[in-house]
Write a protein that binds this ligand. Structure first.
Ligand SMILES: [Mg+2]
Length: 198
């Protein structure tokens, strides 16, 4: 983004803070869509094909990009699984393919419901309840503008909802947008103040 000036020395230590370091925002991760671009016509470059067995619905084929693990870990966020894979995201995907440490998991009390009175995606109210006012970004292929509006009205903290094209999955543009949003949050924190204009 053009409003961000990169420091000449990005390795420079941040100024000493007078209190504890601010908590990183949460990044809520969907699997099917963002990490598994299931709607792509063919296996995308950089992705491997993985078959998960032992699932109730039978073997599942996934495309995953192992390099996504390192990229996710480079982000200034605390990663959280927000996927119907729930705990299997840790064991089957995070650990075996992406090289991620075990991450917190949002456990859905119900899944795939389609009767939301406001037409919301079935995850949205659960996400808001789970986040409980904490700042979060959320990447998912099924988020709509209605979800973003509802979260803006009902969630006390900051939130970024980013819909990911399931034919493309997470791409560098998405990672950079997440980084930019986290930087904007940092600027808005009490005590840090905005950058000097100009
Ligand atoms: Mg999905």
């Amino acid at each position: 983004m053009d409003d961000v000036d990169r420091a000449a020395d990005s390795d420079a230590a941040p100024p000493a803070a007078s209190s504890d370091p601010p908590e990183r925002p949460l990044l809520l991760l969907d699997v099917d869509g963002p990490l598994n671009p299931y709607a792509a016509g063919a296996q995308p470059p950089g992705y491997g094909e993985y078959v998960v067995t032992g699932m109730p619905a039978g073997p599942l084929r996934l495309w995953l990009r192992p390099a996504h693990g390192e990229r996710l870990l480079s982000l200034p966020y605390r990663l959280v699984w927000a996927t119907t894979w729930m705990h299997e995201a840790n064991t089957v995907i995070g650990d075996r393919v992406l090289g991620l440490p075990p991450l917190p998991v949002i456990e859905w009390p119900t899944m795939f419901t389609t009767d939301d009175p406001d037409g919301l995606y079935w995850k949205t109210r659960h996400v808001a309840a789970w986040a409980a006012g904490r700042t979060f970004a959320w990447v998912d292929d099924e988020i709509t503008a209605a979800d973003a509006e509802w979260i803006a009205e009902h969630h006390a903290g900051e939130a970024l909802l980013r819909q990911i094209n399931p034919a493309r999955g997470l791409v560098e543009e998405d990672f950079e947008a997440l980084e930019a949003w986290a930087r904007e949050l940092d600027r808005g924190r009490p005590g840090t103040g905005p950058d000097t204009p100009g």
